[in-house]
Design a binder for this molecule. Structure first.
Ligand code: ZN
Length: 167
């Protein structure tokens, strides 16, 4: 495994629509493993392939809603689609490609996603709260959408320090 460089918001590749993954081969597995290592190195909760310069529909999301004492775990989503979205949350959102900046973004509170795993098997997974936000944020990346284009407004350092903006 190797850490990969994360593209920042100035780079045009981040604004391109990604193509479906069609080959579930060792190269894809290497990409996913590298993305996991890159995400862990940044203490992030989600990463999309275009953020490491690969314009394919693959994302990873850290499921943080786990029972006390259990480990958080990564969910790999290949060719993901949101098939159900309910409720609403409005809260601070950030991105490893937009370091140090946060904005207020409205997202559904609960989403159901259909995707394929690294071997091409289709599955469905649900996410609530931060996980739902993260699914939406990462899937947006596959459309070339960075959160700054859909946030109500960016947050000031003061607001962030106060920590009043919670989901
Ligand atoms: Zn992002």
């Amino acid at each position: 495994m190797a850490r990969r460089n994360i593209l920042t918001k100035e780079q045009p590749a981040l604004y391109k629509k990604c193509r479906p993954v069609t080959e579930f081969n060792p190269r894809l597995h290497q990409l996913l493993d590298d993305m996991a290592e890159t995400l862990a190195g940044e203490n992030g909760v989600g990463l999309a392939a275009p953020q490491v310069g690969v314009l394919r529909r693959a994302v990873i999301v850290l499921e943080t809603n786990v029972p006390e004492g259990e480990e958080e775990y990564l969910i790999e989503l290949i060719n993901p689609e949101i098939i159900e979205a309910t409720g609403e949350q409005n809260g601070a959102e950030g991105c490893l490609s937009v370091p140090g900046e946060y904005g207020l973004v409205k997202r559904p509170m609960h989403v159901k996603v259909r995707a394929q795993d690294r071997n091409g098997n289709t599955f469905e997974v649900e996410g609530d709260g931060l996980t739902a936000r993260c699914f939406c944020h990462e899937i947006d990346h596959l459309e070339g959408i960075v959160f700054t284009s859909k946030c109500e407004r960016m947050l000031s350092e003061e607001e962030l320090e106060k920590g009043e903006i919670e989901q």
